[in-house]
Design a protein. Structure first.
Length: 123
């Protein structure tokens, strides 16, 4: 199937209670930081789900991280590109260490596998 005329869509993983931890994370941020994240998400969408470093980095398998630095705050949002030009955001956190914590990666992987097994787990 060819999707040349379809624009990429940005979607967010939702848990079994219908909550998106990524959206909740973004909405809790100060306005300037939230705006920068929204611009990076739009940049990712325009670039068909693919950004190189320093904007994005491969983490594991199909999972990548969107890297948004604002002053001393390093925001990381895990995502992957899915069928029919969907970019699905899985998990977000404030990075406080040099290496990405394993437990944060595991949260993203869990969300990823939930989507693979239940494609209705995102909107």
């Amino acid at each position: 199937m060819i999707y040349n005329n379809i624009e990429y869509k940005v979607l967010f993983y939702k848990d079994n209670k219908g909550k998106s931890s990524v959206l909740e994370y973004i909405y809790r941020l100060p306005e300037k930081e939230r705006s920068k994240i929204q611009k990076y998400i739009e940049f990712l969408k325009v670039n068909k789900g693919i950004l190189d470093e320093p904007y994005s980095k491969h983490i594991k398998g199909k999972i990548r991280e969107l890297r948004v630095d604002f002053g001393k705050n390093s925001h990381r949002i895990f995502y992957f590109a899915f069928v029919e030009k969907n970019i699905v955001f899985l998990h977000a956190f404030l990075k406080t260490t040099a290496k990405t914590p394993v437990q944060e990666i595991k949260k993203a992987e869990e969300s990823y596998y939930n989507i693979i097994n239940n494609p209705k787990a995102y909107e």
